[in-house]
Design a protein around this ligand. Structure first.
Ligand SMILES: [Zn+2]
Length: 233
């Protein structure tokens, strides 16, 4: 095999390997973070944080309401069961009853508002939780597919690396150095096909002499513009 063809074979393998490395990086990024899933989880957490103090407040207001009701019952009994006959004391009891009834009225209004807010939040939480479940289910399917792809690419990558060893062995030392330099300077593409008179790496037309030399395929010819090694298909 001529040196240009040996380099071209090496380039094709490296291009395949580069594509797999890029896809593996993408897959790793996807497996690490899923924005949709994070957003769905955060909505559920936020609603839970809002809901729990309000549920606690409904509970404590309900208890207070019961306590007020029993105080009222006790005072009404004292007012009418004849145990208190002092008019001043009876008046005090009546005043206390009025005060407690006002308090109960305010308490019931607040409790009703709070219970409505809790119901709304509970409905939102139920909705957000089922949304989260759906996203999680979809994501676990996606993740399994990504893991499969990851395994497949790694297997293909190992086979390509073996092929690369063979291809590299056919390239002379000087040409390896040139190839590596061009790979690092030219976005991974050291060897470009000559299509007609044009370098496919930089789309610049080549001189007639360059075209003839490339087509002959005996020696290394580089593009007059980008410096890539040119080969004829
Ligand atoms: Zn070029």
């Amino acid at each position: 095999m001529s040196q240009p063809q040996a380099l071209y074979r090496l380039q094709k393998i490296d291009t395949e390997l580069d594509a797999r490395r890029a896809r593996l990086r993408e897959i790793n990024a996807l497996l690490e973070g899923n924005a949709e899933l994070r957003a769905a989880r955060s909505t559920v957490e936020q609603l839970k944080d809002e809901l729990s103090p309000r549920e606690a407040s409904v509970k404590s207001m309900t208890l207070e309401n019961q306590s007020v009701a029993s105080q009222l019952a006790e005072l009404s009994t004292r007012l009418y069961d004849g145990t208190v006959s002092n008019p001043k004391e009876l008046q005090d009891i009546e005043n206390k009853i009025d005060e407690l009834k006002r308090h109960r009225g305010q308490l019931e209004t607040k409790l009703l508002e709070e219970m409505m807010a809790v119901e709304e939040l509970q409905a939102s939480l139920a909705e957000a939780s089922s949304e989260l479940e759906a996203v999680e289910a979809a994501w676990s399917g996606d993740r399994a597919a990504l893991r499969d792809e990851q395994r497949r690419i790694k297997t293909e990558g190992r086979a390509l690396k073996t092929e690369r060893e063979t291809a590299l062995a056919a390239v002379d030392e000087d040409n390896r150095v040139l190839y590596d330099e061009l790979r690092s300077q030219r976005q991974g593409l050291a060897v470009a096909l000559l299509k007609g008179d044009t370098c496919s790496g930089c789309r610049i037309d080549q001189t007639a002499n360059v075209v003839i030399d490339v087509r002959r395929g005996k020696e290394i010819v580089t593009c007059t513009s980008c410096g890539r090694i040119l080969v004829s298909p």
